[in-house]
Design a protein around this ligand. Structure first.
Ligand code: BEZ
Length: 259
């Protein structure tokens, strides 16, 4: 991990508070915010890692992330900045899908790299433009602490920041987190490309179906389509589990069933 980040940034991230405060006085405004906040080691986030905990201010009050999860499924989705066009369309779409996430027992939390005052004004715009009501909290990550912890900042932005200062955009990430606080999916999109909200729901359907039924799902799967018997289950056991006539063997390693 260390080698992917510019040395100057890594040095800055390890500064003691006193040194950081000194350095902060001599840095550009945005880099100053980075320097002023001593940073923890950045965890390597993989599928199956525990979602790192953090405290943050949100549009619905201060949270401790692990407490906020309440042992439920959750999505954490991040945005580069308030009052930007693609982000505005995304937040509106996620807000309109509240019922779909609720049906699946999934809590929603957004993040954008601005402060609460800005978020509150932006939400008014999102509601008006998207003909919706944003009812989930949005983390105010102006100092990009959560963005750093979840490795959401792009390499070019970190490099640019360490050389010349400027804005470190938070990239468009999605984390799906399960009731055991494990990361089950990460998606990373460039700032220029809005996400596909149906795909987020589709993956949640696949993960929840897999957990309940012990199956995997093929390309372009949607709820109701045939599912796959995983390699860890023998065809004999699959027939016992799903029904004698309900296992279609295309190859010994590719068996479909219906659920
Ligand atoms: C947008 O939401 O349109 C956007 C935000 C940051 C960088 C580029 C695009």
């Amino acid at each position: 991990m260390a080698s992917t980040f510019p040395r100057t940034f890594l040095r800055a991230s390890r500064l003691s508070t006193t040194n950081a405060n000194f350095a902060a006085r001599h840095a550009s405004p945005v880099f100053r915010r980075f320097l002023a906040t001593p940073r923890a080691e950045q965890p390597r986030l993989r599928i199956g890692s525990e979602a790192p905990n953090f405290s943050a201010k949100t549009t619905q009050g201060d949270i401790d992330f692990h407490q906020w999860l309440e042992g439920k499924w959750a999505i954490l989705f991040s945005h580069p900045a308030d009052f930007t066009p693609v982000c505005t369309t995304e937040l509106g779409a996620f807000a309109r899908l509240k019922g779909e996430f609720e049906k699946r027992g999934v809590k929603m939390i957004g993040l954008s790299a601005n402060d609460l005052g800005s978020h509150d004004k932006w939400i008014d715009d999102i509601n008006e433009i998207g003909k919706t009501e944003v009812s989930f909290p949005i983390i105010a990550d102006a100092d990009r602490n959560v963005a750093w912890l979840y490795d959401m900042i792009s390499t070019p932005d970190l490099e640019k920041l360490s050389k010349e200062g400027g804005i470190a955009f938070t990239i468009r990430s999605v984390f799906v987190i399960d009731p055991a606080k494990k990361i089950r999916l990460t998606m990373m999109y460039p700032a220029s490309t809005g996400r596909n909200s149906s795909e987020v729901l589709r993956v949640i359907d696949s993960l929840q179906t897999g957990d309940k039924k012990g199956v995997t799902t093929p390309i372009d799967w949607d709820v109701g389509d045939d599912v796959i018997v995983p390699p860890s289950v023998s065809t004999e056991d699959a027939k016992k589990k799903f029904g004698e006539g309900n296992v279609r063997e295309v190859r010994p390693y590719l068996r479909y069933t219906t659920i």
